[in-house]
Ligand binder design. Structure first.
Ligand code: ADP
Ligand code: ZN
Length: 729
């Protein structure tokens, strides 16, 4: 996949165009090399691409068009090209879609001049209007990082002329910034903590893995607060000492600064951040710096895996079980698995950290494919919370109440002691169902097979599938009777109502992603709560993840049975992970033993018993055994094929045709199930059916799938998506 090509030679160029493959072009004047970013003509347009290798020769030499120019950017490394190609093969994603993930940095190769704008000292403009103040505040938030005037006005929500006015007034100055400003260096020895107990051996093992300079994957398991982060930061330190780059993936990196602050305390400087909330200029800078080695340590969301690292020495996937690592749109990939793939190609260690690992990783460790390190107790005096089930059957709560007496008393006790309580309910909005009391009609989305969820803050009904909204109707859309529409069941907003009624003196904060206009607003709210800005926190699953609320000593799980409904084979695993994770929020502060109260109507359920401190390893063993017997992942392999079309008849017809043409699958011993309505049978007006393919481990599944799908001619308005290792089955 490497080579230089002289002018006029035939080269293969991959573009990000949806229909594109690797296409042949003539090398430009001065030649080009594999990995070069280039501009090529495609039809009437000019598009960016990457020189993938020698041309394939299938195209008439006389009609061959030339590469227009080579962009001024470091070529894509071979390692990255191999990674993209293997990831595309594994996920059956077209290569151009994979390339798109790796070239997300805006202005690649041809960045507009980067300017640094800063505030002139002692130069207050005469008139400081509201918009002008907002610009100065926004500038403050950049803290000296390069930003363009356009970005500044967008960030402040003002027109460009406001910013220009400030420049004219001399209040802010503009200068050309060096484009490739490296990140502040990190010092691996700055402030190492003294590790204790199990931490010592675990850190030694990870440091040795980094020093070994070859691929390995290790599962780092330990309850919340046991020091997993401290331990893997030691591996990062070793990586920095060796002058190599480290990448840590975090599911919630856009929502909290806690991790960044910890890294700063440990290494004297912050890591570079990569996620959707980072400005375009900053992303451009990071993309180049990662490639040139000027960024040593990146903390990022799943897409950071596709950054062009120069010399990656370690990848950590924190909260490796987190479902948000699965990208569910476009290229369907699981960042945890892609991290392991990338590490194996780079020849560096991968560390998967979790208190409640995915069953996949647990089995991989049990079978010796992954190493496993366990951290036993919580660090220092802090203990795991006491866990109790609250049997809801004898409670006999009135229809619109969800907080049992014992839970309410515990919350009151916390309020009296100035401690915080968290009430967890994984349901956004006011009520999940709106029903007509006259005829029983439930309000559904017009475009999806989903119920509309009432959101009182927005005063609307919202579809959680497609985002469509409509006002709450006065009269039932089905029977026309007025005034009988009623909410059924609780969402966090409705729970907040009950809390306000029962604890009128308490300050209450509701944490639900839809209640905040931006990630930044949510981030500020989380920080305010951590400092004691509320006595009662009501939250959906966004509170389950790494936020540290030092005053929090009680967690109440409102409905532990919620996730156990339905037929999903992963329900037990997910419920265990989520409830354990939430419970782990309680009592991290030393000297304060936390309590988790789990409300349930089925306290004898094996999953509920495992959550409450039963033998965790026995629970995993039982889950694993069930999957093994059923031939389900991780013992067998699954692939979902989702067909969607506005035409319901057509989508079932094509689905059935595919199911009949299963010879390529039978040849590898795989079975196909369906077509059946997909887990969500209609989204945005498109009907969706799913075929599930089940194969034995080790069977050449992808090749068989490609052959199988290739046999059937798909109508233009039908979309087909392949989901390897689907999340729900
Ligand atoms: P986890 O990642 O497993 O949830 P953390 O690494 O966040 O655990 O550790 C929990 C808390 O205990 C953090 O505040 C951390 O700084 C502290 N801690 C853990 N180990 C040590 C240690 N050896 N010395 C000092 N503080 C520690
Ligand atoms: Zn909808």
């Amino acid at each position: 996949m490497t080579g230089r090509f002289a002018e006029g030679e035939r080269v293969g160029v991959l573009t990000t165009e949806p229909l594109g493959r690797v296409l042949d072009y003539r090398a430009p004047e001065g030649g080009c090399g594999s990995g070069d970013y280039v501009v090529v003509p495609l039809g009437p347009r000019h598009v960016m691409g990457v020189v993938w290798g020698p041309g394939e020769g299938g195209f008439d030499a006389a009609k061959l068009r030339g590469v227009e120019r080579v962009l001024d950017a470091a070529p894509m490394r071979e390692e990255m090209r191999v990674f993209l190609a293997r990831a595309a093969d594994y996920t059956l994603t077209p290569l151009p879609a994979m390339l798109r993930l790796a070239t997300r940095a805006p202005g690649l190769g041809d960045p507009p001049t980067v300017r640094r704008v800063y505030r002139a000292s002692g130069h207050e403009p005469a008139r400081l209007t509201g918009p002008r103040q907002r610009v100065l505040d926004a500038l403050e938030a950049y803290g000296g990082a390069p930003v363009t005037l356009a970005e500044l006005s967008a960030e402040a929500g003002v027109t460009g002329s406001v910013v220009k006015g400030l420049v004219k007034a001399g209040a802010i100055l503009e200068e050309e910034a060096p484009r490739d400003l490296p990140y502040p260096p990190l010092d691996p020895g700055a402030a190492a903590v003294r590790l204790e107990g199990d931490q010592v051996a675990a850190a030694e093992a990870l440091v040795a893995a980094v020093a070994a300079d070859r691929y390995s994957t290790t599962l780092l398991k330990g309850v919340t607060g046991s020091g997993k982060t401290e331990v893997y930061l030691e591996a990062v330190a070793e990586c920095l000492r060796r002058g190599r780059q480290a990448l840590v993936l975090l599911p919630e990196i856009a929502l909290t600064s806690e991790f960044l602050a910890r890294v700063e305390a440990r290494f004297g400087a912050r890591p570079a951040e990569w996620h959707s909330g980072v400005t375009a200029t900053e992303r451009r800078r990071l993309w180049r710096m990662v490639s040139e080695g000027g960024a040593q340590f990146v903390a990022g969301a799943r897409s950071a895996l596709f950054l062009p690292f120069r010399d990656l020495g370690l990848i950590v996937v924190d909260e490796e079980h987190d479902t948000s690592y699965k990208q569910e749109e476009g290229a369907l990939y699981n960042a945890r698995d892609m991290a392991v793939l990338r590490a194996s190609i780079c020849g560096c260690p991968a560390v998967l950290a979790s208190a409640t690992p995915s069953l996949e990783s647990w089995v991989n460790a049990a079978q010796g494919r992954y190493g496993r390190l366990d951290l036993g107790a919580r660090f220092g005096a802090a203990e795991l919370p006491e866990m109790h089930a609250l049997d809801m059957r004898p409670e006999k709560l009135p229809a619109n109440r969800w907080i049992s007496e014992p839970l309410a008393r515990s919350v009151e006790a916390r309020i009296a002691r100035c401690e915080q309580s968290l009430l967890f309910l994984n349901r956004r909005g006011y009520a999940p169902v709106t029903i007509c009391r006259a005829c029983g009609h439930q309000i559904g989305c017009d475009h999806c097979d989903a119920r509309m969820v009432e959101h009182r803050f927005q005063k609307r009904l919202v579809c959680h599938q497609c985002g469509a909204t409509k006002p709450m109707p006065e009269a039932c859309p089905s029977c026309g009777v007025e005034g009988r529409m009623a909410p059924v069941g609780p969402g966090v907003e409705r729970l907040a109502e009950e809390v306000a009624g029962r604890f009128p003196q308490a300050r209450v904060a509701v944490l639900s992603s839809d209640l905040f206009g931006s990630a930044r607003a949510l981030k500020e709210q989380i920080a305010a709560i951590a400092e004691g800005g509320a006595e009662i926190i009501i939250g959906t699953q966004i509170v389950a993840k790494g936020h540290n609320f030092p005053l929090l000593t009680l967690v109440g799980v409102i409905d532990a049975d919620l996730g156990l409904q339905g037929s999903d084979l992963r329900a037990a695993e997910r419920t265990f992970q989520l409830v354990r994770q939430v419970a782990g929020r309680a009592g991290r502060a030393a000297g304060k033993r936390g309590v988790a109260l789990v409300q349930t109507y089925q306290p004898e359920h094996p999953v509920i018993r495992a959550i409450l401190g039963g033998d965790e390893e026995a629970f995993w063993r039982a889950e694993a055994e069930e999957r093994r017997v059923a031939g389900m992942p991780p013992y067998g392999r699954l692939a979902g094929i989702i067909l969607s079309s506005p035409d319901v008849g057509q989508v079932f017809e094509i689905g059935a045709e595919l199911a009949r043409a299963d010879a390529p699958l039978r040849r590898i011993g795989a079975q196909v199930f369906g077509p059946a309505p997909a887990p969500i049978a209609r989204v945005r007006g498109r009907h969706r059916v799913r075929l599930l393919v089940k194969a034995q481990k080790g069977a050449p599944l992808q090749a068989a799938l490609a052959e199988w799908i290739g046999q059937v001619k798909l109508p233009a308005n039908l979309r087909l998506a392949v989901d390897i290792d689907p999340q729900s089955f």
